[in-house]
Design a protein around this ligand. Structure first.
Ligand code: OOB
Length: 542
């Protein structure tokens, strides 16, 4: 395995192979098999492309040859930050072909995060779109090229300016080197994180493809499936649960929506006969309202998955009643474990639980603070290990010692209970994180950034309730100078290049921070304080 990654113990690896989970198949093998099966079937559709499996294969080959000609080779990390588009799929399969390692950045990441990914992995290339939304990624690339020594190439989808256009790559007519082995790391996912810097998650072809294949089976995907990808394509949910990779595995069609808003995403459903899509909870009421207003033709849509953050059973019920679709709740994590309600589960299970693991070999423990199993049905910490759950983050020995138990269970940081039927219900969290409608924010990371401002004497970042996103971010700040206002700190964080979704939604100035008995900041109290404050109408607040 790649250095600084933790392999599964050999006895378990052997068992996962014997059980048929790890089949020695790489992503390139998978695509090749689909091309041989039905070359003319449509594989990927987006604003500008409509590629059959054969055309996708040709595009992957063209890109792989271009990357190779540029000197990108096996185990070279490549930060990929593309919006949802057909090229995203072609780029990652081209990198997989060479054994280069995509790092799946989110379109919302900015200089702070991208620079960290580049430095931490020693990335040799950065692949972007020229612009997306109101952001010009070339400006960011220009700064990065100056800062990061290892970064040799910037490849741009669209107007490349001084960089290399993805559309016109150097060519290589010779043989390409042999591809990677299935046991090797294929790419890095990103952790939502609860520490100072986002952690990188190494996933192998073997382990990821198992989760992809099993997810496609659980979700009943086949060649007739048309999957609409609306949340960022590199996120574990839209990539593999079953996502675009699961759809390609099943020989179906992936439709890439450049934006999740209903005006962009909904027209695809009737146009392409979309059968399945995946949403984060805040999108559900927005879509439902838009559907009521415009009643687009949605008869093809059979399954809507919702996951990434807590989803209220009231909204779940509304979704089922108003759309007449099958809802599937998905509780997953980029580190591995993914739980699904099954398509034939009774409505009660679908509305009130987050489902059960993919694999019979997913080991799931619900434990107390001393890692002892709680009584059946009680709430506890969720620990897990299994055939597609990592054993360690990349280059993070110190953190790994805390994030995993001695016998290799990943501490998810989620508080759950298990129903008598074996379904998990997410009851809360014991990680220092804000889940802003599915976007995860490490409180510590934002605190570090705020503390870099000379005017901040101390601070604490916590979640506050929000009717639309579920949670938003509130920073309690002790400022050194009373003339400093919220906008000064927000501007400071923006200028440091922190992703917009991590910028606190609210800053409360305080003269001290409450402490626990052992002298740590009492975040529980701060969370209570801000939620009480928010529930009191402003005129009544003292
Ligand atoms: C997905 O992956 P990540 O890595 O962005 O976030 C994982 C964390 C979980 O540990 C949990 O805290 C939270 O997100 N979460 C949920 C949830 N699904 C994820 N909390 C409550 N209810 C749910 N249904 O978010 C992810 C990865 C694959 C599939 C789906 C989601």
């Amino acid at each position: 395995m790649l250095p600084h990654c933790t392999a599964w113990p050999e006895n378990l690896a052997a068992r996962y192979r014997t059980a048929g989970y790890w089949r020695g198949e790489t992503f390139s093998d998978m695509l090749q098999a689909r091309i041989e099966q039905d070359a003319q079937h449509i594989a990927v559709v987006s604003d500008r492309h409509r590629w059959s499996y054969q055309q996708l294969g040709q595009e992957v080959d063209r890109l792989a040859r271009g990357f190779h000609a540029m000197g990108i080779t096996a185990n070279d990390p490549v930060v990929v930050q593309l919006p949802n588009c057909a090229e995203f799929i072609a780029v990652i399969f081209a990198l997989f072909r060479l054994g280069a390692l995509p790092v799946f950045a989110l379109p919302a990441h900015r200089q702070f995060e991208i620079e960290h990914f580049c430095r931490h992995t020693g990335a040799v290339a950065y692949i972007i779109a020229d612009q997306h939304g109101d952001f010009d990624y070339r400006v960011l690339a220009r700064k990065l090229k100056q800062e990061v020594d290892t970064l040799r190439h910037v490849l741009v989808l669209g107007e490349a300016q001084e960089f290399t256009p993805l559309g016109v790559m150097p060519s290589w007519d010779g043989d390409l080197p042999a591809g990677p082995q299935a046991g090797e790391v294929a790419f890095f996912q990103l952790s939502g994180g609860s520490t100072g810097t986002p952690k990188l998650i190494p996933r192998t072809h073997d382990d990821y493809l198992y989760s992809v294949r099993a997810s496609a089976e659980i979700c009943g995907l086949g060649p007739d499936s048309v999957y609409l990808s609306v949340i960022p394509a590199g996120h574990n949910f839209s990539l593999s649960s079953p996502g675009s990779l699961g759809t390609l595995y099943a020989g179906g069609t992936v439709v890439m929506s450049a934006h999740p808003s209903p005006d962009v995403a909904l027209p695809w459903i009737a146009r392409e006969g979309v059968t399945m899509t995946a949403l984060v909870p805040p999108l559900v009421p927005v879509w439902l309202d838009a559907i009521q207003a415009t009643s687009p033709g949605l008869s093809s849509l059979k399954v809507v998955q919702v996951g990434g953050a807590c989803f209220s059973s009231t909204m779940a019920n509304r979704l089922v009643q108003e759309l007449g679709v099958t809802l599937q709740q998905v509780f997953g994590m980029a580190e591995g474990l993914v739980n699904y309600t099954r398509l034939d589960d009774p409505l009660d299970v679908v509305l009130h639980s987050q489902g059960r693991p993919i694999s019979p070999d997913d080991e799931v423990l619900v434990v107390d603070d001393d890692d002892q199993p709680v009584a059946a049905g009680e709430i506890g910490h969720l620990l897990t290990r299994g055939p597609y759950t990592i054993r360690g983050y990349y280059r993070a020995d110190e953190h790994n010692a805390r994030a995993f138990t001695a016998d290799g269970y990943y501490r998810t940081g989620d508080m759950v209970r298990m129903t008598p039927e074996g379904n998990l219900v997410v009851e809360g969290r014991n990680k220092d994180q804000i889940n802003r409608g599915g976007e995860k924010i490490s409180a510590e990371e934002v605190e570090h950034q705020l503390l870099a401002h000379q005017g901040v004497a101390d601070c604490a970042v916590v979640a506050m309730p929000d009717a639309y996103l579920g949670e938003k971010t509130c920073a309690f700040v002790i400022r050194r100078d009373a003339s400093l206002r919220s906008i000064d700190f927000i501007r400071f964080l923006r200028e440091r290049g922190l992703a917009t979704y991590k910028i606190p939604d609210r800053i409360e100035f305080v003269s001290q921070l409450p402490k626990t008995g052992v002298g740590k900041i009492n975040k529980k109290l701060l969370r209570q304080q801000i939620s009480m404050q928010l529930s009191v109408p402003a005129a009544m607040a003292i």
